[in-house]
Write a protein that binds this ligand. Structure first.
Ligand code: ADP
Ligand code: MG
Ligand code: ZN
Length: 637
């Protein structure tokens, strides 16, 4: 308990006692008589006819109006209030007691054996508690508010005073994360093992005169375990772990960032061996002089300070700086010089084996049914990051709990994966019959074109159940991550995207708004083909337009035009040609396979979802589609 709260408690106690004292002052002219079984008890007073009125006080006591004779009998001056404590259980039985007493002693009781008039309240609690509640609660509330305001003030003062202090979260003692908690990034673990060795046995390296790395840069997409593996390094080496995020450095006044860095390293030095983990280092470490807006000076100072600290490590300093980024391309080259973050450790998205291993890590300690095939699950979610998989396992556990299961089952896992890809199922959305028919034809159109065109990814599932923001969708399941894509692939993909729209027009002679997203995606692909990949015949192999990306957002914001009006027209024509070609191929395919389109639509209308095996049965006479790998993809209705 801090001294402040102690003082508050004292003040409260004093106030409460004060009130109690005050209360007893005013009850001076009061005498209390016992309830029964005694001389001058309440009941004898009633029996003797000395009581004219009984009133139950809020405190539960009985306040008695006494006749003059009664006052004489009790030997008190007139006006003194007379009360009788009431045994709790009897509170409601007072009337009965008085009646029976009066019946026994008839004559003496007033109103012909009726006894005193009784008025009062229903039975209530003990007086002290009553008082505490009626007095204490308001006091508590007021004190609470007072205390909160004081605390707030104090915090602000502290902030203003300590803004130069780093706010690094510091796990003192040992990090509990181990390498065994990180899966699917074996190479990264191997590289970092060296750092662990160094932190554990520095003498071994020092005696040989070996210089150990001062820092390593963890590079990889979000959610792949960069933070996790940094903690694991600290855990394995038994080192303290300090972490701070690059964006935290740049949030306050100029000069603060550098002061924070200094303080952070000071703390780390005191607690060495230590790992200093700088998350999102790109926020401070991007190329100097490239800032937008006025804050880049601040960033430069911060970055300089980090470099100074790292250069200033003595040979014996037992601190290693790990930094994480998903954009190594924009980092200042000075960060990557020897003696700084000269090692880059790639923490990439896991492959099939990696995903299985991550599933195994997160399945540890969970109640999972025997039927669950983790390998099949890993196969079902290509392109997922470690964080995605952690989310899937958790979601499956939540679903199982909601379904009151004792163990997490396979169907819960599959549902969780689907949720991760497409959002939760929305069975409640009411879709009219004619709309259902349109959606069925639309999705079947996508699915058939994708099945027939050779470069499209195999269809994993077609459904007309809405999920997330989509009405129905066709899920393609590429089974291999690809880094190079060919023109033929793009062309097939565009045809597949337009398949839904084409099917609608073929069957209903009309199209719906449901295809707008498909068309947008197809147009984007066509535009990139022409403008970036040089895949158009008439315009040749060159790029058009120079895209500026906004470093803060990691996103393209503007395009610099470096071509003429005429070329712009040509580009538009070329894009249109590609889209038309795709539409035509989709139409041809769907005309040729119209019977299967109808079959699939009927199936969808009956069972709403068609999975891969059943889908493939429709095409049993055709050669099977070869497998590929990649992230499951959605196509909107
Ligand atoms: P990053 O820092 O790369 O964005 P995190 O380390 O914060 O990713 O990962 C978030 C969470 O995802 C982790 O706490 C962990 O539960 C899970 N996770 C990510 N990668 C892995 C992995 N390779 N092995 C096990 N769990 C992982
Ligand atoms: Mg992270
Ligand atoms: Zn569609």
């Amino acid at each position: 308990m801090n001294p402040n709260t102690k003082r508050m408690l004292m003040i409260m106690l004093v106030i409460v006692f004060g009130m109690m004292l005050f209360g007893s002052f005013f009850s001076k002219g009061e005498i209390i008589v016992p309830y029964d079984n005694a001389e001058n008890s309440f009941l004898t007073l009633v029996k003797d006819g000395y009581v004219t009125e009984v009133e139950q006080e809020q405190s539960g006591k009985l306040l008695l109006k006494i006749t003059e004779d009664g006052e004489k009998a009790l030997d008190i001056s007139s006006g003194t209030s007379v009360t009788s404590a009431v045994p709790g259980a009897l509170t409601t039985d007072i009337r009965a007691d008085i009646t029976s007493v009066c019946a026994e002693s008839g004559a003496k009781c007033q109103n012909e054996g009726q006894g005193p008039t009784i008025s009062g309240l229903p039975p209530s609690d003990d007086g002290l508690i009553q008082m505490l509640i009626s007095v204490g609660i308001p006091i508590l509330v007021i004190l609470g508010i007072f205390w909160y305001i004081m605390k707030k003030n104090q915090q602000q003062n502290n902030n203003a005073m300590n803004f130069g202090r780093s706010r690094a979260r510091h796990t003192h003692g040992k990090s509990t994360v181990r390498f065994s908690d990180v899966a699917g990034v074996e190479e990264a673990k191997q590289e970092l093992q060296e750092i662990v060795e160094f932190l554990k046995y520095p003498e071994k390296f020092n005696t040989l005169g070996a210089k150990m790395p001062r820092g390593a840069l963890l590079v990889g997409p979000p959610g792949c375990g960069k933070t996790l593996i940094a903690r694991a390094v600290a855990g394995e080496a038994g080192a303290s772990f300090f972490s701070i995020s690059g964006s935290e450095f740049v949030e306050m006044f100029v000069g603060v960032g550098a002061a924070r860095v200094r303080d952070l390293f000071e703390q780390a030095r005191k607690n060495s061996p230590a790992i200093v983990f700088v998350d999102e280092i790109d926020a401070v470490g991007r190329q100097r002089g490239s800032g937008l807006g006025g804050s880049h000076d601040e960033r430069e100072q911060t970055l300089n300070q980090i470099l100074v600290e790292m250069d200033g490590f003595e040979q014996s300093t037992n601190i290693i700086v790990l930094a994480a980024t998903n954009r190594p391309d924009i980092l200042d080259p000075a960060l990557l010089r020897p003696g700084r973050f000269d090692r880059q450790v790639i923490v990439d998205k896991p492959d099939l084996k990696g995903r299985l291993a991550i599933f195994q890590v997160h399945a540890r300690g969970k109640l999972i049914s025997k039927e669950v095939d983790l390998e099949e699950l890993a196969r079902q979610c290509p392109g997922f990051s470690g964080a995605d998989i952690a989310g899937v396992v958790n979601e499956a556990a939540i679903l199982s709990a909601r379904r009151n299961l004792k163990l997490i089952g396979m169907s819960e896992f599959l549902e969780a994966i689907e949720r991760a890809v497409a959002g939760p199922e929305r069975k409640s959305r009411i879709i009219s019959e004619p709309e259902k028919l349109i959606i069925a034809y639309h999705e079947s159109g996508h699915a058939i074109v994708q099945r027939i065109l050779p470069k499209c990814d195999p269809v994993a599932k077609v459904t007309i159940i809405s999920r997330g923001m989509t009405l129905g969708y066709t899920m393609a399941l590429p089974t291999e991550d690809r880094y190079l894509r060919s023109q033929a692939e793009f062309e097939d993909q565009i045809a597949g995207l337009l398949g839904g729209n084409v099917a609608e027009r073929m069957i209903f002679g009309d199209v719906t708004t449901g295809a707008s997203n498909d068309i947008e995606k197809a147009t984007e692909i066509a535009r990139n083909m022409v403008m970036q990949y040089g895949m158009s015949e008439s315009l040749g192999t060159r790029t058009f337009g120079k895209r500026d990306s906004m470093i803060f957002l990691g996103r393209d914001i503007s395009e610099q035009r470096n071509y003429s009006e005429e070329v712009a027209k040509l580009i538009d024509e070329e894009i249109k040609k590609i889209l038309d070609r795709g539409r035509e191929r989709a139409r041809e395919t769907l005309t040729q396979y119209k019977d299967r389109l109808e079959t699939l639509v009927q199936k969808l209308l009956v069972q709403e979802t068609v999975y891969r095996e059943e889908f493939e049965k429709i095409f049993a006479d055709l050669p099977p589609k070869e497998n590929s790998h990649g992230k499951p993809k959605l196509q909107n209705a």
